[in-house]
Ligand binder design. Structure first.
Ligand code: ZN
Length: 268
């Protein structure tokens, strides 16, 4: 099931996406419909049967995470392209909840950077409160998967030891367009992941190229901290990161999930 979060007439709701494709122009031609969910999707829920065309709503970030934890340098070719060693252990950093935006929202170019980069990543959405998760139980704590863009002020990342500003500024964490809940862990661990800028391919990889697979990332993280329903784990980016300019349209597409599209805007 594909679960979207959206606003309609000032109300926020979750809905199951029906139909094929990704969000298109707001003219109804994408053929996608939302079957509104009663309640919240992290517990047992029912579909209301009330349907609205996706083009008539505004998609929101599919979850409101308490925290986003991102893993760095988890694809060897990407580590090499930035001149970094591959870390022997996974290493994580935070992106604050206030960095999260949804598909169609603007990425505001930070005033303190001159080198903004895209990083297409598979995002794991946690479904239940968990800590010290053993490897064989990792699938049980995953709610689903979505696309993410770990937008990074690369110049700031290079000159500041901690990445709170470089990777945590407002709008630096686009997530969406929805969460896919019926991919099993093995399938999610071997998907094509792509990033385009203005329609031109920049990044192309497979999630199977991760140095530390999803299971290891969740084990590593939950050794240290409790994860809550809706928390998001970013799994690293494949090679091909590069600059974004104001006005660019950046799209992250993951096989079996969909396309997350955002435009870079001037900070207002
Ligand atoms: Zn990243």
């Amino acid at each position: 099931m594909r679960i979207a979060r959206f606003s309609i007439d000032g109300n926020v709701a979750f809905g199951a996406v029906e139909g094929d494709g990704s969000p298109g122009p707001a003219d109804g031609t994408d053929g996608l419909v939302l079957n509104i969910i009663k309640g919240i999707p992290f517990t047992d829920f029912e579909l209301s049967g009330t349907r609205v065309p996706l083009s008539k709503v505004r998609l929101l970030p599919p979850v409101l995470p308490n925290k986003v934890v991102a893993f760095g340098r988890n694809y060897a070719e990407h580590a090499a392209e930035l001149g970094n060693e591959v870390p022997p252990e996974p290493f994580a950093f935070f992106k604050p909840s206030t960095s999260v935006i949804g598909t169609g929202d603007g990425i505001a170019y930070p005033s303190f950077s001159e080198d903004l980069h895209h990083e297409a990543e598979l995002a794991v959405v946690i479904g239940r409160m968990c800590r010290e998760v053993p490897r064989e139980r990792v699938a049980d704590v995953i709610f689903g998967y979505t696309c993410a863009n770990d937008v990074t002020a690369r110049d700031v990342q290079k000159r500041e030891k901690q990445w709170a500003r470089a990777k945590g500024f407002d709008t630096s964490c686009p997530l969406g367009p929805w969460v896919v809940t019926d991919l099993d862990l093995a399938t999610a661990s071997d998907l094509t992941i792509q990033c385009t800028v203005n329609g031109e391919q920049r990044q192309l990889g497979r999630t199977s190229e991760m140095i530390h697979p999803i299971e290891d990332l969740i084990v590593n993280l939950t050794e240290a901290m409790t994860l809550l329903p809706g928390d998001v784990v970013l799994t690293g980016t494949p090679a091909g990161v590069g600059p974004l300019n104001t006005g660019d349209e950046v799209a992250v597409t993951i096989e079996g999930i969909g396309t997350l599209t955002n435009r870079v805007i001037k900070r207002g």
